[in-house]
Ligand binder design. Structure first.
Ligand SMILES: Nc1ncnc2c1ncn2[C@@H]1O[C@H](COP(=O)(O)OP(=O)(O)O)[C@@H](O)[C@H]1O
Ligand SMILES: [Mg+2]
Length: 394
């Protein structure tokens, strides 16, 4: 995201100035407003407490010596109230003694500036404190972000969509909030299982202005499966869409990740900027390969692409799907060695079951909860949702 520059950044910050001296209030109000800040004034300690609660400012500049109650008491009061506990406060006082500074900081102020205030210093401290607060806020926000796991097939038809939807279904059946997105520009296949012909999908989101890609507009286009899995379908046909662009793709991922505990992405095997953005938005990427030699070669080329995007090490795992009834042509150990990544799971051949569960309109793991395919997928799920990724031992 581009930097909007100091004044644009400040235009959103709202400062509450608490001081009983009219001349100081007027000077500070003028100086901060000139920098693009929104300013509210309070003319006493009690007024300061009331406005801190009613106006919800981004930062408070608080005089210590006031006739009704002192700034230290105001500070105590604000720190004791859940609504104002974390509001950034800069104390302002004529007293420049170390003792006063210490008691100001002890009462919970974040910083302390002596009067007469040097405006350059005060401005710099305000900016620094606002930035620090924003950093802490975005850290807190990002810890709420769900885990984003991308799945890329070595080529079409290796079983990527089947794996994504079954892992998503298992997560939902475990009671986890989970959403799956089919981030394909054309020929999606989610809609065949979840969509109605009039549903809006990824194509419609791609037509919106990026600023309109919010929790609300995305949620409105999610379909809910019977298991509890939420899905955003890709386009129904090649006519329907859609160029995927990196800005919208990333926004959709970020917004959706805030709404769920797990976000599974069905990604294309492609090296374009939109796929790069999607992959960089993932916490983990699983490349899915079958046991055929050309699939393994194709997986290797995708891994090279990921590497060129800086996606390496145990941010990447390999899943192996046996797509044909013919026996394995390459042992798992050799596949792991050839591809240079851990194998996080294998899915045995299940041609008839895939077709039968599809006809029933449910995922394979619901249709056959006791089958080897289901237990293998459950094991794969344990590995990819663990703190650190470890592969199969063979
Ligand atoms: N383990 C499996 N055994 C047999 N057939 C499978 C298996 N997994 C998927 N399939 C079948 O392979 C076809 C392609 O699967 P799909 O998941 O759509 O692949 P992709 O998303 O990689 O194109 C589907 O008909 C699906 O039912
Ligand atoms: Mg697919």
């Amino acid at each position: 995201m581009s930097d909007p520059g100091p004044s644009a950044k400040n235009s959103l910050a709202h400062i509450l100035i608490v001081d009983d001296e009219e001349s100081i209030l007027r000077f500070l109000e003028y100086s901060f407003a000139a920098q693009g800040y929104r300013v509210t004034r309070a003319t006493s300690g009690l007024d300061g407490i009331a406005k801190a609660k009613s106006e919800d400012p981004d930062l408070i500049i608080l005089d210590v010596m006031m006739p009704d109650i002192s700034g230290l008491e105001v500070c105590d009061h604000l720190r004791a109230d859940a609504k104002t506990r974390f509001m950034p406060i800069i104390m302002l006082s004529a007293a420049g003694q170390v003792d006063d500074r210490v008691s100001g900081l002890r009462s919970g102020a974040d910083d302390y500036v002596t009067k007469p205030a040097n405006m350059d210093e005060l401005m710099a401290r305000v900016t620094a404190l606002l930035n620090r607060t924003r950093r802490m806020q975005s850290q807190a926000d990002s810890s709420k972000r769900g885990k984003v796991i991308g799945f890329i097939g070595a080529k079409g038809g290796v079983g990527t969509t089947t794996t994504v939807l079954n892992l998503g279904t298992l997560l939902a059946l475990r009671g986890k909030p989970v959403t799956a997105i089919e981030l394909h520009a054309e020929f999606g296949s989610f809609y065949r299982q979840f969509g109605r012909s009039d549903d809006e999908n990824l194509s419609d989101l791609m037509a919106l202005d990026p600023a309109l890609l919010t929790a609300r507009t995305i949620s409105a286009r999610l379909s809910l499966a019977q298991s509890g899995l939420k899905v955003l379908c890709g386009p129904r046909s090649h006519e329907e869409l859609a160029e995927l662009d990196d800005e919208r793709v990333l926004k959709i991922i970020d917004e959706t990740a805030q709404m769920t505990e797990y976000l599974l992405l069905d990604l294309p095997h492609s090296a374009n900027p939109a796929n790069a953005a999607a992959c960089k938005g993932c916490d983990l990427i699983i490349v899915i390969t079958s046991n055929e030699p050309d699939s393994i070669q194709s997986a290797k080329s995708m891994l090279d692409v990921l590497k060129s995007w800086g996606i390496v090490g145990n941010m990447v795992g390999i899943a192996h799907v046996t797509r044909t009834a013919l026996g394995d042509s390459m042992p798992l150990r050799e596949i792991a060695r050839t591809l240079g990544h851990e194998i996080v799971g294998t899915v045995p051949f299940a041609g008839d079951l895939c077709a039968a569960s599809y006809n029933k309109g449910v995922q394979l793991v619901q249709f056959q909860p006791g089958h080897l395919v289901t237990s293998n997928l459950n094991e794969m799920l344990d590995r990819i949702t663990a703190e650190t990724l470890t592969g199969l031992r063979f």
